[in-house]
Ligand binder design. Sequence first.
Ligand code: IMP
Ligand code: MG
Length: 171
Amino acid sequence: MKRKILFSKETIDQRVRELADEISQEYEGREILMIGVLKGAFVFLADLIRSLSIPCEIDFTRLASYGAGTVSTENIVVTKKIEMPIKGRDVVIVEDIVDTGLTLTYLINQLKKERPRSLKVCAFIDKKRKRKIPIEADFVGFTIEDGFVVGYGLDVNEKARFLPDVYIIEE
Ligand code: IMP
Ligand code: MG
């Protein structure tokens, strides 16, 4: 597997701190509930919360999609539900990558049913080109056009999550 460095650990650290500042300002004086989307977002979430200057609580969810390629959220299932009540809470979904937007759209629709006070999305990487549903994250770490990226929690067939930098796979 050939790969090329895209974002170094230093670049990521810097950007994650900036994002944490943005979020802290947005929710100043409040306490947020961050919902990490497993598995990819766990490294990002762990770094992000440690740079926040507001209090936060954490929960996790996990989704799986079947039959990729369709333009619907019908094939998405929740394989691990959140465990905390979110009604009336300021909720921030923390995703690794927004690609087609299908996963995120499904998750947002599910969570909205539980009537959070507010619901926003923080994505480590926004991949613009393959979007099938026009959805935008409220807080974005990095924007790329296309390509498959690994490291910093992101995997290719479960490999490479442990790498501290982000790499782009070269075909
Ligand atoms: P989508 O937005 O529903 O297409 O799903 C995005 C999900 O696919 C992300 O949460 C990632 O878990 C995964 N994914 C998409 N692109 C990449 C990539 O380049 N590297 C690793 N995982 C990816
Ligand atoms: Mg994911």
